[in-house]
Write a protein that binds this ligand. Sequence first.
Ligand code: CP
Ligand code: NVA
Length: 305
Amino acid sequence: MASPKHFIDLSAMTSEDLTSILSDARNRKDRTKAGTADKPLAGKMLAMIFEKPSTRTRVSFDVGMRQLGGETLFLSGTEMQLGRAETIGDTAKVLSRYVDAIMIRTTDHTRLLELAEHATVPVINGLTDLTHPCQIMADIMTIEEHRGPVKGKTLAWTGDGNNVLHSLVEGAARFGYKMNMAVPMGSEPDDRILNWARNHGGEIMLCHDADRAVADADAVITDTWVSMNLEHKARGHNVFQPFQVNADLMKRAKSDALFMHCLPAHRGEEVTDDVIDGPQSVVFDEAENRLHAQKSILAWCLGAV
Ligand code: CP
Ligand code: NVA
């Protein structure tokens, strides 16, 4: 039996596959808007395991799978035996007998890897403590809709060195954009991810100065200062305040720079209301594109791209 086509991380995918998924997503989005029937996954079942809260990921995978003709099962991690009464590997083997694909949002990345290792159906990463690749697929799709090809553009991150940033860093190597990052001392992204990106041609710059990171950027991106399940690592807001995206910081970027945020946003913390509600903000386009990008991820995993 052929190995399942997992969507685990951007680093585990080829640039060609990522590009064809996004091209498929643009086509499917047009067809969806035109009301054209598009049901390549009729008869397929997606299990969605959530070990953390979610609005966008849960709803966009659920709606996306149904739009493609398939069905979904919502499974709450707290109500399952996952890694509690049985190994994650055993859960993977059992679910693989019932469903055609599994999407999981979990805590430690090793839980995702163990699930994928033992599943005989595709496994999709719906966010772990380490990465959030589906988010970055929607982000690239959004940037390209507004500003054309992302290759050669400069994206700037300011804030915490978290899961969303890790996938953006991997994306720099896969999509060919420059990734500038400013984080507080002690909140740096994982060295393994930085080294992987550098070793795979990623042009990345890490500093502790938000003004420097956003200078001449095509997009300014941020996220919460306290990620889910990492509350114990939370640092005082005074540590992050110099990394807040506000009108003054946006002025340092290109005059038409996009403002991006995966949401949920903590208004008044990592971003001010005038920026997130302002004309440069594309946060709701990003949220919408979760749906379109993930439909093509599902289709790719299940052999329909
Ligand atoms: N951006 C994102 O993944 O949002 P949810 O946590 O609401 O799924
Ligand atoms: N970094 C955030 C992303 C939420 C979508 C978190 O992990 O909580």
